[in-house]
Design a protein around this ligand. Structure first.
Ligand code: NIG
Ligand code: FE
Length: 415
């Protein structure tokens, strides 16, 4: 049955796009809106929208009529293109260690960090992992996230990586939002391979990738390319192997050091390069001349106290970018995209227009779902945030730490 809804007297309809825009800085700097608007939903999709003055309302023609009384606004759901929400246990002990003076890198060197999470995950049964991940996913959906990418990378053995990816596959079945799955076996070297790194890379290439591909468990492949983790040459080898299974790269680069990873990832057709807290001129030039999406993660900078990526400089250099949460137990135990948008405005000195586009349409582009998600566009998913009674969209980043969300609709259904 064709279920239809009409939403009338929308104070402001925010984030309107044509179906196939150019993904450049002009797109990112302009947040197209209509004041006093209506929007029609049919079968989970946006059927139509426009100014109230142009609407001939016959509300009996719709199954549901919601009147926002010119108090509440609507924007597309957040498209969070970088998360690690499948994890076991939490790492607040390391948080306290950092307060007492250790750095994120110090903690990793003594066997904490990613390896700590991998130990916990190995001991956690599938169902427990699915349950805790479901809870996290439901929580971020309540906070407006309506499309999400989720990585493996706390397994680091064949069995545990498969367990994580199967949990993501179950989340895809259980929840009605677009979910992309990324294989991140190259997140860290397990302790037993510290002296035989090439053996771990062989395990990724010869055992993990074929098993994952045979169950069709991943949409993308990721590598943490960084000093003390995976080198540029190691990343290249792993991405080449992923390419044989049609897994495009989405990679962790330039979090602590600029080592040429951006250039290599672009050369290898990366959909996105993520983190970018450390960027030099050559890196920016490489991004300028590519269609790879830069993805910035400001809540990671907040939590582990590292520099914020230079969003303003990217915009000045005509490089558009996405914003994502990086939700994970170590560097960002928070998946609140409303806070991400605030932090980006405050610390990257970018406007609310740039930040909201980065967290919606650019996030969709970084998951290759820009034709179905990320904006108010006829034919796209009716996945919407209805705000509380707020003065303007500037209030969203301004009121940092609050969510200002009254309801969230995913594919035409209120959650
Ligand atoms: O994106 N930097 C690499 N990976 C994650 C954090 C991993 C962890 O500390 O558990 C990140 O920040
Ligand atoms: Fe990450």
């Amino acid at each position: 049955m064709n279920e239809t809804s009409i939403i009338t007297n929308i104070k402001e309809l925010i984030g309107i796009q044509t179906l196939q825009p150019n993904f450049n800085v002009d797109l990112q700097q302009n947040l197209n809106c209509i004041k006093k608007a209506y929007l029609i939903v049919e079968n989970g999709l946006i059927k139509d929208f426009g100014e109230m003055s142009s609407l001939k309302l016959e509300s009996q023609n719709y199954d549901h009529h919601i009147n926002l009384e010119n108090k509440k606004s609507i924007l597309p759901v957040w498209n969070d293109s970088h998360t690690h929400i499948v994890f076991a246990g939490t790492r607040e002990t390391e948080f306290v260690d950092r307060i007492n003076g250790l750095s994120y890198e110090d903690i990793a060197k003594r066997g904490g960090g990613i390896l700590n999470s991998a130990n916990k995950l190995e001991k956690t049964p599938f169902n427990d992992l699915l349950e805790s991940s479901s809870r996290r996913l439901e929580k971020v959906m309540q906070m407006g996230t309506g499309a999400i990418e989720i990585k493996s990378g706390y397994g680091l053995t064949l069995e545990s990586e498969l367990k994580m990816l199967r949990v993501i596959a179950s989340l895809k079945e259980k929840y009605n939002l677009p979910i992309k799955s990324t294989f991140l076996g190259a997140h860290a070297f397990p302790a037993k391979y510290k002296q035989q790194k090439s053996q771990y890379i062989d395990l990724i290439i010869n055992e993990m990738l074929p098993a994952i591909a045979s169950e069709n468990l991943a949409d993308y492949i990721d590598v943490f390319c960084e000093k003390n983790y995976f080198s540029v040459a190691e990343m290249e080898k792993i991405l080449q192997a992923g390419n044989k299974y049609n897994l495009k790269p989405k990679v962790h680069v330039n979090q602590f050091n600029s080592i040429g990873a951006i250039q290599k990832a672009i050369e290898m057709g990366a959909v996105s390069v993520d983190h970018l807290e450390v960027l030099n001129e050559k890196d920016i030039d490489a991004l300028k001349n590519s269609s790879t999406i830069a993805t910035l993660l400001p809540s990671c900078s907040l939590f582990i106290n590292i520099p914020y990526a230079k969003g303003k400089t990217l915009i000045e250099n005509k490089v558009p970018f996405a914003l994502a949460s990086d939700y994970n137990p170590g560097s960002t135990p928070c998946g609140n995209m409303n806070l991400v948008v605030s932090l980006a405005c405050i610390n990257m000195k970018i406007t609310p227009e740039v930040a909201i586009n980065a967290a919606t349409i650019m996030g969709a582009k970084a998951m290759e779902i820009e034709n179905e998600s990320g904006s108010i566009t006829k034919g796209k998913l009716a996945s919407l945030i209805v705000t509380e009674d707020i003065s303007s969209y500037n209030f969203i980043p301004y009121s940092f730490g609050e969510n200002n969300i009254e309801r969230v609709m995913i594919k035409g259904k209120w959650i």
